[in-house]
Ligand binder design. Structure first.
Ligand SMILES: [Zn+2]
Length: 433
């Protein structure tokens, strides 16, 4: 038994936002207690006064690099970074080596996560074998093994007929197809957003339209098939507009963005900083503002880090040759909390973006809520804690982040997964072994 005492409980699923106490037992949420805390409580008491107590955060888009690229990250270190960032669950993408296109790989991930993980791992399996966009994977078999969704992330499913078939196949199961929106031909091998900055630096650009065309096409295919579509890492103004329009038209579509798309613009690549190189690329200020607008009006459903660890060999090199992506598990929460700055985004909305919405989109039972019977996945957040993100704080094997040295505000001080303490920054509270 565990009592989390005196925190501000923020739970979007029940609409609760009030100070109280949370009781956990046997790995589940037992209930909420208002007013005076239970007297002689027969278990451990954790103090959360002045902090938020929220359903365990869920990062629905991470690359754990395991199997195949364990020198960049593995399931153990990736989930340690997750827990430190407040995430009790992560969904990992299929572009491993071998690709997660076979139940054996899905099972390997789940078994290793169970053995060594500091957070729960939900594998996302590939839509096509080898991410080649030619031959469909066996969705039923992969789901049976534990896959929760399907995505060829890293690549767009370029053949529209193949995409149509995939959506039709997934539909009766209710699985969402998660898409990395990028028309490869139109992107033309660009390594940054097409615009003044890229022009000035002499870097070939990839136009926003390469992302927008892919988004528009997949929305139309979702409309045609009635399948569930989820747009990954939206970075453009038109992408947000298209998602808004599609939702209005009743298309079964959701969308996520990543903290870097509402925090940075392509100005961050000045000086050829490869830690600001990602795909989709950082866009212009107009796009950044549109992403914020999409978060404010509810068009964008979720925030996911797109945690993409890379070793120095492929990052500390010439810009054009450098790999895409940044680590994000430990900075996602504070960068999202910064949205509250203007007073327009509420704590409830923050928790929805980072926990309740991902649980809904991926249909994760027992996750993203604090109701009785739900899993005892709880994150305690100190929204005012000021800290600096330093290299030595990084728990990932890779350190590719443009946010190193940044002053942050807000941090997860406690992460519980299934009632076990997987991260603690509270004095006198040790993480469970
Ligand atoms: Zn992607």
């Amino acid at each position: 038994m565990l009592l989390i005492k005196g925190g501000r409980i923020v739970d979007p699923t029940s609409g609760r936002d009030e100070v109280g106490h949370l009781v956990l037992s046997d790995g589940k949420i037992e209930g909420f207690v208002q007013g005076d805390p239970p007297g002689d409580f027969p278990g451990r008491v954790l103090h959360a006064e002045g902090r938020w107590v929220v359903p365990g955060l869920i990062d629905m888009h991470v690359h754990l690099r395991d199997p195949g690229f364990e020198w960049k990250e593995d399931i153990r270190t990736g989930t340690m970074a997750a827990a430190a960032g407040g995430f009790s669950s992560v969904a990992c993408m299929a572009n491993t080596q071998p690709v997660n296109d076979h139940p054996e790989i899905t099972r390997y991930i789940l078994e290793k996560a169970k053995r060594e993980g500091a957070a729960e791992v939900f594998p996302v399996a590939a839509v096509s074998r080898g991410l080649e966009g030619k031959e469909m994977t066996d969705f039923a078999e992969l789901a049976e093994a534990g896959a929760v969704a399907f995505s060829d992330d890293g690549r767009h499913v370029s053949n529209p007929l193949f995409m149509r078939r995939a959506m039709e196949y997934a539909r009766p199961f209710g699985f969402p197809i998660l898409v990395h929106s990028e028309d490869r031909e139109l992107a033309g091998g660009g390594a940054a957003n097409e615009g003044w900055t890229a022009l000035k630096l002499g870097i070939p650009g990839s136009p926003a339209a390469a992302e927008d065309i892919a988004i528009a096409r997949d929305i139309l295919i979702a409309r045609q098939t009635g399948g569930r579509l989820h747009l990954q890492h939206i970075s453009t103004r038109m992408g947000v507009d298209l998602l808004r329009m599609a939702k209005k038209a009743g298309v079964n579509v959701t969308g996520e963005t990543a903290p870097h798309y509402f925090t940075l613009t392509d100005a961050a690549i000045e000086g050829y900083d490869t830690n600001a190189k990602m795909n989709p690329p950082l866009r212009g200020e107009e796009d950044r503002m549109a992403i914020l607008e999409g978060i404010l009006d509810g068009t964008i459903d979720a925030v996911a880090s797109d945690h993409a660890p890379h070793d120095d060999y492929v990052k500390q090199c010439e810009f054009l040759r450098a790999a895409n992506g940044i680590i994000g598990l430990q900075t996602s929460l504070p960068l999202t909390l910064a949205l509250m700055g203007g007073g327009k985004v509420s704590p409830m909305r923050i928790v929805d973006l980072l926990s309740a919405a991902p649980a809904r989109i991926l249909s994760l039972p027992g996750k993203g809520r604090l109701s009785p019977g739900a899993d005892a996945d709880v994150t305690v957040i100190d929204p005012d804690l000021e800290w600096e993100f330093r290299r030595e704080d990084v728990l990932s094997k890779s350190g590719n982040s443009p946010f190193l040295g940044w002053k942050m505000r807000g941090r997860a001080v406690l992460t519980l997964c299934g009632g076990r303490i997987r991260h603690s920054a509270l004095s006198g509270v040790e993480a469970d072994a």
